[in-house]
Ligand binder design. Structure first.
Ligand code: ADP
Ligand code: MG
Length: 180
């Protein structure tokens, strides 16, 4: 797979095999494009994923998460969990979701029910563990999104999807997907 940055093409779909040994890089040119990338990822999730976001303050982690939550059919507002540490969103099992291409997904939408959005900026691995981390990530009805995951690396499973955000300039961000 190519390691060179590619432009975000909204028709582009992240390969469903992203969970196996993947590195992909994108450049986004405004926050909307970063959200679109999150939406595209949302369409690929099947439940049980741990999505680890890393990168400096202002790099786009929360912006990406907003697109991801939107793509999953979660109704806003999607405030950052920075002061709450964890936010849980419940998705009704029979809920239909619109895909990026505006088609209704044919697959039954009951694979997962709960989305957890964690912000580990101010906490350590022990604090996250105490939230019931092991149970959350080992349930395939859950999708877990964790910002500042690199700060609690010890508790991240090896099959997690890592997404690193790099500030290039005022509007440009490099977003790198990595999985083992
Ligand atoms: P983080 O959660 O990593 O601290 P945020 O998503 O909260 O970052 O903030 C990113 C900021 O950068 C927002 O104010 C957003 O509007 C701005 N921004 C500008 N260009 C982009 C881009 N291409 N992708 C994401 N955010 C961008
Ligand atoms: Mg944030």
């Amino acid at each position: 797979m190519s390691n060179s940055p590619v432009q975000v093409n909204l028709d582009f779909v992240i390969n469903p095999s992203y969970y196996e040994n993947m590195t992909k890089e994108y450049i986004t040119h405004d926050s909307k494009e970063t959200q679109e990338l999150g939406k595209i990822l949302a369409e690929e999730l099947r439940g049980g994923e741990v999505i680890c976001l890393s990168g400096d303050l202002g790099a786009g982690k929360t912006t990406f998460t907003q697109g991801l939550l939107k793509g999953l059919g979660v109704k806003g507002p999607y405030t950052s969990p920075t002061f709450l540490i964890i936010k849980q969103y419940h998705i009704a099992p029979d809920m239909k979701r619109k895909t990026n291409t505006k088609k209704i997904l044919k697959v039954p939408w009951h694979r997962f029910y709960d989305i957890y959005h964690i912000d580990a900026y101010r906490v350590g691995a022990e604090d996250v563990s105490n939230l019931g981390w092991q149970e959350i990530i080992s349930t395939d009805k859950n999708v877990t999104i964790i910002e500042w995951a690199d700060r609690v690396r010890d508790i991240i499973p090896s099959d997690a999807l890592w997404i690193n955000f790099k500030w290039l300039d005022e509007k440009k961000r490099k977003i790198i997907f990595n999985s083992k």
